[in-house]
Design a protein around this ligand. Structure first.
Ligand SMILES: [Zn+2]
Ligand SMILES: [Zn+2]
Length: 291
């Protein structure tokens, strides 16, 4: 059902932003592919409901010390499909195909690579991928290659996050980062009741967070929190914090008039990212593929 909505939403956005068609189409395909694989993964939970509650109250995200097991063969299947999808929508990215021959990503060496460092830290991942020699391979630079690896890891986290949502009350969570995977929110929305919901664009968990507080530095000084908007994007705001100079794009459901899919909103409002950066703000997360 969600996939039907996804297709419908893509068509709505395309009417307004035809020039971003490859990005919307790719994003839809990536979304479907990740959901399909996530549905095949049997997540292993290493905590009880009680332990999860404890962790939440301490401000520890669930996967902090218990990252999901990544089956090397399955990871490679996912990666291979994503690489082909990227190339189908962006033919110039053809050199990306050689990532499948990268020694670190072979089935035997993959566990070592995955255990080696915190690969969810985009900067860290990009540093590793850069060492594989992607520079000069324009337009397939290390940020695209790293983003693709991260996209292929996502289904394992999406599967776990879906299981977590079914059993654990996320209302206990009061931090600005994702309660499941620990990533910073990629986008936010103000729902029908005006509550602010943060969204993890990696594992797709949503959680509520105070409206007048910066999720990145926890600044609550109303004088140093604000937002800007652009007339071409009604119902969209860019919330900014003057203390840590971060920004977060926010969709206001009441003003837009429908429940949007934030992954697509993110593409639709890319110009707002450029505006925010030009004003000296930085995103609290990774935009590798979209830059
Ligand atoms: Zn997450
Ligand atoms: Zn801040």
């Amino acid at each position: 059902m969600r996939l039907e909505k996804l297709n419908r939403e893509i068509e709505i956005y395309l009417k307004e932003k035809q020039e971003a068609e490859p990005l919307f189409r790719f994003s839809g395909e990536l979304f479907r592919l990740q959901e399909r694989y996530a549905g095949q993964i049997k997540p292993h939970r290493s905590w009880s409901r009680e332990q999860a509650r404890e962790l939440f109250l301490q401000g520890c995200y669930l996967l902090k010390d218990a990252p999901p097991a990544i089956a090397p063969g399955l990871f490679r299947s996912i990666l291979g499909e994503i690489v082909e999808a990227v190339i189908r929508h962006f033919p110039r990215a053809e050199p990306l195909r050689k990532i499948m021959r990268q020694p670190e990503l072979t089935e035997t060496r993959l566990p070592q690579f995955l255990a080696g460092s915190n690969l969810l830290d985009s900067r860290e991942l990009e540093k590793q991928v850069r060492a594989w020699g992607w520079e000069g391979d324009e337009p397939v630079e290390s940020s695209l290659a790293a983003g693709t690896v991260k996209d292929a890891l996502a289904p394992f986290y999406i599967a776990l996050a879906a299981a977590v949502r079914e059993e654990i009350d996320l209302a206990l969570w009061g931090e600005g980062f994702c309660p499941v995977c620990g990533q910073d929110p990629g986008m936010a929305l103000l729902n029908d009741e005006g509550a602010r919901i943060l969204h993890c664009s990696f594992c797709r968990t949503c959680w509520q967070f105070p409206r007048l507080e910066c999720p990145f530095c926890r600044n609550r000084d109303p004088q140093r929190l604000g937002y800007f908007y652009a007339d071409e994007y009604p119902g969209r705001r860019v919330q900014v914090c003057e203390r840590c100079k971060s920004y977060l794009k926010t969709a206001v459901v009441k003003e837009i008039g429908r429940e949007v899919i934030l992954e697509l909103e993110d593409i639709f409002t890319l110009e707002l990212d450029h505006l925010a950066r030009r004003e000296g703000y930085r995103a609290g997360r990774d935009l590798a593929l979209l830059q």
